[in-house]
Design a protein around this ligand. Sequence first.
Ligand code: PMP
Length: 397
Amino acid sequence: MLDQLPLLPADPILGLAAAARADDNPNKVDLTVGIYMDEQGLCPVFDAVQRAQRQLVEEETTKAYMPASGDAAFNTGIQKLVFGEDSAPLLAGRISSIQTPGGCGALRIGAEVIAAAVPGAKVWVSDPTWPVHIPLLGSVGLKFENYRYYEPDSHGVNFDAMVDDLKQAQAGDVVLLHGCCHNPCGADLSLEQWGVVADMAENQGFLPFIDIAYQGLGDGLDADAAGLRLLAARLPEMIVAASSSKNLGLYRERTGATLFLCRDGNSAAALQSQAQVAARRVYSMPPAHGAIIAGKVLTDPALRASWEAELQGMCQRINALRSQIRHQLEAATDRDFGFIEREKGMFSFLGLSKEQAQKLRNEHSVYMLDSSRINVAGVNARNIDALAAAVGQVVKG
Ligand code: PMP
């Protein structure tokens, strides 16, 4: 029975990362996978996370299952982190959440709840979007429609086209939005544009589903959630998938949350119960380790201050790198790379063709996706010259 199943190709992103690992060129540059890397090319553990982890190891007396909704401190912490300490809907009891295995788990649980409300609902996704959105949401039977978003010629959001497409979104439809630091393009909506999306959601009745996986890595914790909070202040309902992988560095601990903004407290309780039942049929209980750590970091004032300072340092480093990459690429080519500085978060498309991206890989050991998406945080003082020189050669030659 099982032997009829074929070997599947590797995931395009993870497959490229494996190829980069296997490359024995000592000067290789790996800008494939979206993890934050420091100047040494390492993905660090936050100091506050280390300290919280030590506390956890000291205090832990059981490995019994977590509650179905997950760690209480984590839920409180992530609700405030996402919606803001003084969020009116939060204070009104209109928000509930459930801890999930990472942002992926959060997206999947959000999709399960949407499918329970409207089986086969149509989800509008940006063109392009993070490719994993499709299997995560599609596997519960949701259907997709693209809305135009990134325009390669201007290296920015084609907002008029986005609005034009979303005019067709109706009540019962879902519009998936990247909360900040769009993956893969790095081009985000302005606050004014978020306001237009709020108008459209109000008038047309579609449900925003916001994926926020990079809060704190664009402009800062509050600034990165400003668009989402604008919607939350105006709309009756919304779902958010939050990830603690990047901003708390808890990637492998699989820590995230699905958050529900509801019409009232009763509905918030109902949605949490829906999410728990959905989780029960997928994986039952969430993992403990990362969420207990995150709960401590988010709610203990000293750990919180240390974490925020370290996160701010990462954010500043990414933005400084954006400026350096822009200037070095402009010096190595005769092209305008100003867009890299205007974009936010860990990703940008360099605007190269698939052939050029492959040439960079095959002839220069510089690894980026075929779309020329780079992980900005993978660049450092030791590899930036090699990156610029290789891009220069490929673009000119
Ligand atoms: N959404 C987006 C846009 C992402 O880029 C990622 C991570 N690459 C996630 C969600 C989920 O991350 P995780 O499951 O690792 O928390």
